[in-house]
Design a protein around this ligand. Structure first.
Ligand code: NAD
Length: 333
């Protein structure tokens, strides 16, 4: 069986996913949802999408009567994810939603509940969960190669340009660097350490309050404490380039990856040597694997379901609270 996918929000990332899906054998791009008629026409010819599988945001609910589409992949700005996932679920379609799954844990929990009620799967676009070098480090950790894991460092950021883009608009982005890029350090800390954090502390630095308005964070440092005693020290920033590094340290060895979450190739080494797993386009492997999860009930090594997305949202809520109060915030995941 092939997972027949419609993309919603035909921007930069949707294009990347559409191009990557050309190489998929188990997933196929068959539909599109956009508010811009010209984009739908362009996508029909560029990706061979039939006109009958194209929708705008006003007539989208009619997708429920379309038997040729199995899943909707949402690649719109962050604040739209919540209502669009609810709409897709109400239309009886499986949903793949980009990260961050929503703006906060309250929204996230509603999305998980709505998809459960509708009997559809909800997956989050965590492409790193399928990346071969990342999975090798996780395998080594589970195998005890690093000994007792003691520390993780995750540095994630880039220097953001155009001040008018949605990523710097609180209404559309829900925040700043943490929502967009810091989430890779949050999520990475969890899959690299292999535990759920029990507390968080966080500090914010803002050097440019004109570009980074109220509610849009430029740089946040945060620390996660895990029940075993592991501590993660993380940095999320919109004002530094070359910030894409993971470091895991245990009493018998280490792993370091740089770049660690970019589109790749990912590079890394452990105390045993270079990581040599071959690079493949992340979004191609992701969609192949997600087709298996949705259609065949396959279990991924690192979860990519709505509950997984919700955990990261709970941590995001806690980080913002820790920034505001200056206090250590307890987590229940
Ligand atoms: P983008 O600006 O390139 O595309 C967003 C699209 O949404 C545009 O086509 C825009 O027209 C459309 N849109 C629909 N309704 C809109 C509205 N009300 N306001 C503004 N735009 C609207 O952004 P992007 O980089 O493609 O990011 C989209 C989503 O994908 C974000 O949630 C982002 O976090 C996520 N993303 C994930 C990855 C990844 O590696 N997993 C990478 C990039 C982006």
């Amino acid at each position: 069986p092939v997972l027949r996918v419609a993309l919603m929000g035909l921007g930069g990332y949707a294009t990347r996913v559409a191009d990557a899906m050309r190489s998929c054998t188990k997933a196929k791009l068959v539909g599109a949802i956009s508010g811009t008629p010209a984009k739908l026409t362009e996508w029909q010819s560029k990706y061979g999408i039939p006109a009958r599988n194209c929708y705008n945001y006003d007539n989208f609910s009619a997708i429920k009567n379309n038997p040729d589409i199995d899943a909707v992949y949402i690649t719109t700005p962050n604040s739209l994810h919540h209502s669009q996932v609810l709409q897709a679920a109400a239309a009886g379609k499986h949903v793949i939603c980009e990260k961050p799954m929503a703006l906060n844990a309250k929204e996230g929990a509603e999305m998980v509940a709505a998809c459960k009620k509708a009997g559809v799967k909800l997956l989050v676009g965590y492409r790193m969960h399928f990346e071969p070098k990342t999975l090798e480090v996780i395998r080594m950790r589970n195998n005890g190669d690093f000994g007792k894991v003691l520390f993780f460092q995750g540095l994630c950021g880039f220097r953001i340009g155009d001040p008018t883009q949605w990523r710097l608009n609180k209404q559309l982005a829900g925040g700043g660097s943490l929502m967009d890029i810091g989430i890779y350090a949050i999520n990475g800390a969890r899959y690299m350490v292999g535990e759920e954090p029990a507390w968080v502390t966080a500090q914010e630095t803002k050097t440019d309050p004109v570009k980074f308005k109220e509610g849009v964070d430029e740089t946040i440092q945060f620390q996660l404490g895990f029940p075993s005693g592991v501590v993660a020290s993380c940095l999320s920033s919109y004002s530094m380039n070359n910030l894409d590094r993971f470091f895991l340290n245990g009493d018998k060895g280490f792993a370091e990856m740089q770049p660690s979450t970019g589109y790749g190739p990912i590079k890394g080494r452990t105390h045993k040597g270079e990581l040599t797993q071959p690079h493949a386009t992340h979004q191609t492997i992701q969609m192949e694997e997600m087709a298996g999860i949705i259609l065949e009930g396959k279990q991924p090594i690192v979860p990519v379901d709505g509950e997984e997305g919700l955990k990261d949202l709970k941590i995001i809520d806690a980080i913002y609270e820790a920034v505001k109060t200056g206090k250590k915030v307890a987590l229940k995941l």
